[in-house]
Design a protein around this ligand. Structure first.
Ligand code: NAD
Length: 479
């Protein structure tokens, strides 16, 4: 099936007739093509967005809200079709796409459809100066949204929904590795009555299509989620043009487990926080630090549980771990496992490619647990982004905090303890934008979402996202 760009409410081929192969990770086969859009296609998308802007930015909040909620309902009505498409494109189990990815994409539209009706301008009465200030929150104009392959529709819509809710028009690019559900979204937007040109979706490589979006002088803001290196590149291009930038980048998240935690709950959740979505979630905890008194027990129980995880075809309901997203990604992860071995990491389980019967060319890998003696090693400092975690014991709070903070990233952290004072001490000092205590991935869409250090700049979620996608204009009136 050939994917097309969605520009001005219509599906169109790329102007230069340049196409990329679209792979199915579960069997390694090419199952369609997608445009590798050029700067000309991006320009066409921009012109369409520009023409739509005067109308859309003046559309009442009630009407915008109604359309966004309608998109959400249509996604829910098409849950099975979207979940199957996401799974085929990405390799994730259909059950996961059906329970997490697509429902969350629908929630993104519903949430921002509601949030925009509550997003008020502020006012400040300047007492004693006979003046009042009020702050308008005006849409920026045409904005660019660029997303990665790990949670394709989920992260794509996490940007688009607030951007259009705030009255902007969008030129958006999903990952070239997982373009399918973004393509399917076009029809849903038309059916929901989103005016043509409000959302334009261009497909293609980062180096061609993505580059054209970030370089476009009239695309005034870029909301990007992806790798740290790409984020640095985008910042270099966008900063001298004074574009607004939101960068959600890589992570190497610590999972700190104290002996006083609720053990069973911790074990269950840690399996999930290590291997959900084949470990390809930016929030997965890939560095496990376990307090010494429970280290031996944890090691035994954890490895036993991991060995029971079933690697299999994404459409098989009993599959826990589906296929990795691409061959290059599988090779990258395998190379990291080799690096860990050279660094004296001890493979406690996994470490090998898996041949799934009937799908021998798919990109399957055993969930892998590596025991390390020191965290001063590449496997514990660099982002692997796959079903690979390290474990090591610690003795003191100071020691574990120091190790947790030693990486260049600062996206999320998970802490398992029932000691309130310790919770307060650690959460205050840990360098992460998102900290979970005795849970993982519990999301409230109103909360600020994003990382510090090399994990990014800015925050998404709730009013933070609506603020990002608007310009504040303060008006001071003397009376
Ligand atoms: P990536 O940086 O390779 O690509 C992300 C997107 O950027 C893709 O759409 C790609 O085509 C585009 N891109 C690449 N080069 C570009 C350029 N020069 N100009 C404009 N766009 C360009 O990342 P990926 O491999 O797709 O995703 C995995 C990474 O994303 C991991 O590092 C992961 O941690 C990160 N991630 C972060 C979050 C978060 O919220 N912080 C969430 C999910 C994933």
């Amino acid at each position: 099936m050939n994917i097309q760009n969605f520009i001005n409410g219509q599906f169109v081929n790329p102007i230069q007739d340049d196409w990329l192969d679209n792979y199915c990770p579960a069997n390694g086969e090419v199952y369609g093509k997608l445009p590798n859009s050029s700067a000309e296609d991006v320009e066409q998308a921009y012109q369409s967005a520009k023409s739509a802007f005067p109308g859309w930015s003046q559309t009442t909040l009630e009407e915008r809200s109604r359309i966004l909620i309608k998109i959400s309902e249509l996604l829910e009505a098409n849950l099975q079709r979207f979940a199957e498409a996401e799974s085929k494109d990405n390799g994730k189990p259909i059950s996961l796409a059906k329970s997490i990815d697509i429902p969350r994409a629908a929630s993104n539209f519903r949430f921002f459809g509601n949030a925009i009706t509550q997003f008020a301008s502020e006012s400040h009465e300047s007492i004693g100066q006979d003046a009042i200030n009020y702050t308008l929150r005006q849409p920026i104009g045409v904005v660019g949204c660029i997303s990665p392959w790990n949670l394709p529709l989920y992260l794509f819509t996490w940007k688009i929904a607030p951007a259009i809710a705030a009255g902007n028009c969008v030129v958006a690019k999903p990952s070239e590795v997982t373009p399918m559900t973004a393509f399917l979204l076009g029809d849903i937007c038309n059916e929901a009555g989103l005016p043509k040109g409000v959302l334009n979706i261009v497909h293609g490589l980062g180096s061609t299509t993505g580059q054209a979006i970030i370089e476009h002088p009239e695309i005034k803001a870029i909301s990007f989620t992806g790798g740290t290196e790409t984020g640095a590149h985008i910042a270099k291009i966008a900063a001298p043009m004074f574009k607004k930038l939101s960068l959600e980048l890589g992570g190497k998240n610590p999972n700190i487990i104290f002996a006083d935690c609720n053990y069973d709950n911790m074990l269950e959740t840690t399996i999930n926080s290590s291997f959900a979505n084949q470990g390809q979630i930016c929030l997965c905890g890939s560095r496990l630090f376990i307090e010494s008194p429970i280290y031996a027990k944890f090691k035994k129980d954890f490895v036993e549980r991991v060995k029971k995880l079933k690697v299999g075809h994404p459409s098989d309901n009993s599959t826990d771990i589906g296929a990795l997203v691409s061959k290059p990604h599988l090779e990258k992860i395998l190379s990291y496992i080799e690096v860990a071995k050279k660094e004296n990491g001890k493979i406690l389980c996994g470490g090998n490619q898996v041949e799934v019967k009937g799908f021998e060319n798919g990109y399957y890998l055993e969930p892998t647990v590596i025991e390390i003696e020191t965290d001063d090693c590449r496997i514990n400092q660099e982002e692997v982004f796959g079903p690979v975690v390290t474990i090591m014991p610690f003795n003191t709070e100071e020691e574990v905090l120091q190790m947790a903070n030693k990486v260049k990233y600062g996206l999320s952290a998970t802490i398992w303890t029932n000691d309130l004072k310790r919770t307060m001490r650690i959460t205050n000092q840990i360098e992460a934008g998102i900290v979970w205590v005795n849970t993982w991935m519990l999301r409230d869409l109103r909360t600020p979402f994003g990382g510090m250090k090399a994990s990014g700049v800015g925050r998404e979620g709730g009013f933070e996202a609506l603020r990002f996608f608007t310009e504040a204009k303060n008006v001071c009136i003397k009376y």
